[in-house]
Design a protein around this ligand. Structure first.
Ligand SMILES: [Fe+2]
Length: 306
């Protein structure tokens, strides 16, 4: 038997085992926290960030964080018309393939194409310059600055071993009609959740389609290995771009909590909980600036990447 064939056999056997484990011991309902709420706050504060990172809230919304989102949305959308389409199945930025990164190249894309040097030397400084040149293009700088002020340990760009900064945010454009009519349920990082470390996103919403485009959130929490492995058969579908997997997930999960977003909103959430962007059938576009926030404990600095 060739090694590839034997690997396929082994993977099927593992998949069957997890299916069996879940049938015997799995219980997704027990992982639901129906009491979790979306918190709205006029500004970023230490306390609201603590509640978010400790997994006590489902999302944190700062309305009107970007005061005039329209010109910024238009500029990003315009740039999106020439940007390359991409889909990423790595642990960061799990999205459907109708999402475009605008203004720079996501790190994992550069790594995949052996372009890591160019990423740090050209892509990051160029992207920063470009966003700042746009009307309202100080939005990412303000995000970083406000997080730095609100968080006791401060906030900076994620750095590599040589001290070189990553992107702190990139534009995202999603053009309708979307590939997934119901929206693509996923996690960006599949790992047991912890109140002392985790991965979050910070999205600045700039433009929404006339219908759809809102966030769907599932108040799921799996904190230990037992909860994780006994439900791994279903949970692993959260990192798979597959129509059957999506159908099965929607069938297994309760109806989502819909978070209606408005242009200008900053929304922060755990990317380790299932979430989706509602799909839409019109030709409208959705534009945002997206950043990932790494939380490493109450006294540690937050780091941003995109
Ligand atoms: Fe996501």
């Amino acid at each position: 038997m060739s090694s590839m064939a034997s690997r396929a056999v082994r993977q099927r056997a593992i998949a069957e085992m997890f299916k069996d484990v879940e049938r015997r011991w799995g219980n997704l309902d027990r992982l639901l926290r129906p009491d979790l709420r979306v918190e709205r706050s006029a500004a970023l504060s230490t306390q609201s960030l603590r509640r978010l990172f400790a997994l006590e809230t489902l999302a944190l919304v700062i309305p009107n964080f970007v005061q005039r989102p329209e010109p910024l949305a238009d500029a990003i959308q315009q740039a999106g018309e020439t940007a390359r389409n991409w889909s990423v199945t790595s642990a960061r930025g799990m999205e459907s393939s109708d999402v475009k990164a605008v203004g720079g190249t996501p790190y994992n894309m550069c790594v995949a194409s052996g372009d890591t040097e160019r990423y740090f030397v050209e892509d990051v400084p160029n992207a920063k310059k470009w966003v700042r040149s746009l009307p309202g293009g100080d939005a990412l700088d303000r995000l970083r600055c406000d997080l730095d002020d609100a968080w006791p340990g401060g906030c900076s760009a994620k750095k590599d071993d040589a001290g070189r900064a990553h992107h702190v945010g990139l534009g995202r454009v999603m053009a309708g009609p979307t590939q997934w009519s119901q929206g693509f349920v996923h996690v960006d990082e599949l790992a047991p959740m912890s109140p002392s470390k985790g991965h979050f996103s910070a999205n600045l919403y700039l433009k929404l389609p006339s219908e759809g485009g809102h966030l769907e959130l599932w108040p799921l929490q799996f904190e230990n290995r037992w909860e994780f492995y006994t439900n791994a058969h279903t949970l692993s579908k959260l990192v798979s771009i597959d129509e059957d997997a999506q159908r099965e997930l929607r069938a297994r999960l309760p109806p989502p909590i819909v978070l209606e977003v408005a242009p200008g909103d900053l929304v922060m959430l755990s990317v380790q909980r299932p979430h989706a962007v509602q799909g839409w059938t019109s030709g409208d576009s959705r534009a945002s600036l997206q950043s990932f926030v790494n939380f490493a404990g109450d006294d540690a600095a937050l780091t941003l990447e995109a």
